[in-house]
Design a protein around this ligand. Structure first.
Ligand SMILES: [Zn+2]
Ligand SMILES: [Zn+2]
Length: 294
């Protein structure tokens, strides 16, 4: 099964950003123009508890209406949910009285798709993540969730691996969560393989693994045949394969200018149930495939 093939159409975007419609520092027009000028194919404008209602194109870039909702399920964690592709129904459906699942259901009933935002920053537990239904994706990386804007809890891969090992395999996105526009903007993006970057097409690409998340490095081929994961990519210095197994002897490959590898799926003595590949370039920037069931 070929999940991603750079010779076919794909689109690059940021599904999480804020503007002066909530606590962001740029107006919606300024924020959208900034991403269009940076060559993005799509963005979702996702202000806190406020649906984006501006133009849905900026030059060649699609602007998806979005929103971010939040709740405190207990004193030790919060849950932030980004909705993209939401319609005006969300205005009546989103309520501070809903729990996390209720907010996901509201985003879906409002015509949108729900992303679990920055689970590491939110201190989400495995039990909470595994208990949520109908999420379209989770942020494996959130540009704002690190210094100097926050502590360094940008990377949620560990948490999402634990969920994957328990059978909950959320597709990965990487997002900026732009607020200040002082260096977090245009730092992380999601690539989706589809014919046009509409919200349903992006959601379908995520669900089918035809996507990746990145801070810069590019996958050009992500393929799984019966016994092998086949990766091709831009030149990187590490290609690492993660799975439910705690130890695999040849999990890590490192060097200079690596542009791909083949990884044999383990069937015995303990079977791998999912694999995902993470590549790291010479500047330490990562790209992540979604977890793929094997
Ligand atoms: Zn948030
Ligand atoms: Zn946010």
């Amino acid at each position: 099964m070929r999940y991603f093939d750079a010779s076919l159409p794909y689109f690059r975007g940021n599904l999480h950003l804020h503007t002066t419609d909530s606590d962001g520092r740029l107006s919606p027009e300024q924020a959208v123009s900034l991403y269009a000028a940076a060559g993005y194919d799509f963005v979702a404008v996702t202000d806190h508890w406020r649906r984006y209602q501006g133009p849905q194109r900026c030059g060649n870039m699609a602007v998806l209406p979005g929103i971010e909702l939040d709740v405190f399920p207990d004193v030790a964690q919060t849950v932030h949910l980004v909705g993209f592709g939401v319609g005006e129904q969300i205005d009546a459906l989103a309520s501070r009285d809903l729990n996390a699942q209720g907010l996901i259901d509201a985003i879906r009933a409002g015509g949108g798709y729900a992303i679990l935002a920055h689970p590491a920053w939110s201190l989400n537990t495995n039990a909470l993540i595994c208990g949520l239904q109908n999420l379209t994706a989770a942020e494996v990386f959130n540009s704002l969730s690190r210094t100097p804007w926050n502590g360094d809890r940008a990377d949620s891969a560990n948490l999402l691996d634990a969920a994957s090992a328990h059978g909950v395999r959320l597709p990965f996105v990487a997002s900026d969560d732009s607020h200040f526009y002082t260096g977090e903007q245009c730092g992380a993006f999601t690539v989706a393989q589809c014919d046009t970057p509409t919200a349903p097409a992006i959601a379908q690409a995520l669900a089918q693994g035809r996507s990746y998340a990145s801070q810069g490095p590019k996958f050009t081929r992500i393929e799984l045949d019966q016994d092998e994961l086949i990766i091709e990519c831009s030149p990187v210095s590490k290609i690492t394969v993660y799975s439910n197994l705690f130890y695999v002897a040849d999990r890590c490959q490192s060097g200079t200018g690596l542009t791909g590898r083949r990884y044999r799926i383990r069937r015995t003595p303990t079977a791998e149930t999912f694999v995902r590949c993470q590549i790291t370039d010479a500047q330490g920037r990562h790209a992540w495939t979604s977890p793929l069931s094997v």
